[in-house]
Design a protein around this ligand. Structure first.
Ligand SMILES: Nc1ncnc2c1ncn2[C@@H]1O[C@H](COP(=O)(O)OP(=O)(O)OP(=O)(O)O)[C@@H](O)[C@H]1O
Ligand SMILES: CC(C)(CO)[C@@H](O)C(=O)[O-]
Ligand code: BAL
Length: 293
């Protein structure tokens, strides 16, 4: 019985709720030359997040995961209020994965009053998500800067699913000389292609089936492009597929340079190209992207 109990609780994860607690706990590691891998999240964890944790475990001595639903990156009040929260389940999953520390700050621990700092990333935050979620990347830029300053990791892990976020964070880290390596982890998908996302739990069963339209359209477009198809004709066909699906509403479907996010109309003479898309499935807004070349 006792052995069983020990087996069920093999790892001791430490929960840190304040900046000071993070500082003290990680200083001990730094003093003994241990490398620190950091995975920032907003919780409601799934296999996509766990893949970031696995990558961190492989290349860092100690792993810290933050769970913080950052209010300043939500441009839509209802999206913030309905953002899925499953702390108990999250802690269990992270403990099973062998994470060393979980940073679980409150909003008042992260923000004292209104955040006045404004970040401008040029074209990077004006296009794609930036056009539809005003202020979103300012909120992401500020909170990621705060988290990196608090944790001071050697490496920090982000998902390719949020391609624009990756481009912006790389730029942020470079421009502000954060001493951290940004590691980008491929998108983990369900067996039918849907990118794993915390917001997927808000889809009803019918919407969950419809949600495959994002991946299916990107896959269709990629196949046509690689066979020499014209981008604008392909996009017309994609728009029609969305139009014919009453539960889906397309916001954008763009061909872009993966690093600069510059919009493209051909895959000729270029490398590093992705399709990026966002769509509402019912009331739930999902994003995804697919690398072309
Ligand atoms: N399917 C996935 N595969 C790999 N990484 C992912 C995946 N989904 C999210 N991530 C990454 O996990 C980190 C935390 O993301 P976050 O907590 O916002 O989850 P999410 O699933 O993207 O939620 P949502 O998009 O609904 O806000 C980000 O770096 C994000 O890119
Ligand atoms: C990077 C992040 C944790 C900042 O709140 C968030 O944008 C996310 O989960 O992708
Ligand atoms: N991973 C994206 C976070 C957001 O939608 O706010």
């Amino acid at each position: 019985m006792r052995l069983f109990y020990i087996f069920q609780n093999p790892i001791n994860v430490t929960i840190l709720r304040t900046k000071q607690a993070v500082k003290s706990a990680l200083q001990i590691l730094r003093n003994s030359q241990k490398t620190i891998g950091f995975v920032p999240t907003m919780g409601a964890l799934h296999k996509g997040h766990l893949s970031l944790v696995e990558n961190a475990k492989l290349s860092s001595d100690s792993v810290i995961v933050s769970i913080f639903v950052n209010p300043t990156q939500f441009n839509n009040k209802e999206d913030y209020e309905k953002y899925p929260i499953s702390i108990d389940e999250d802690l269990k999953l992270l403990e099973e994965k062998g994470v060393d520390f979980i940073f679980l700050p409150s909003v008042t621990e992260m923000y004292t009053g209104e955040s006045l700092l404004k970040m401008d990333f040029g074209n990077l935050d004006k296009t794609l998500e930036g056009s539809f979620r005003p202020g979103h990347f300012n909120g992401v830029g500020v909170v990621v800067s705060k988290l990196l300053n608090i944790v001071k990791p050697d490496k920090s892990y982000f998902g390719q699913k949020d391609l624009q976020q990756v481009a912006i964070i790389k730029r942020l880290v470079n421009d502000l000389s954060f001493d951290v390596e940004i590691v980008v982890v491929p998108t983990i998908r369900e067996s039918d292609g849907l990118a794993m996302s915390s917001r997927n739990v808000r889809l009803n069963p019918e919407e969950r089936l419809t949600a495959t339209i994002l991946y299916n359209c990107m896959f269709f477009a990629k196949t046509e492009l690689l066979q020499g198809g014209d981008w604008f004709e392909i996009r017309e066909k994609v728009a029609k597929r969305f139009y014919d699906e009453p539960k889906a509403r397309l916001e954008y479907f763009e061909l872009v340079n993966t690093d600069t996010l510059e919009k493209l109309s051909t895959i000729k003479y270029q490398l590093n190209i992705s399709i990026c898309t966002a769509a509402f499935i019912g009331e739930i807004r999902l994003i995804d992207n697919l690398s072309i070349v």
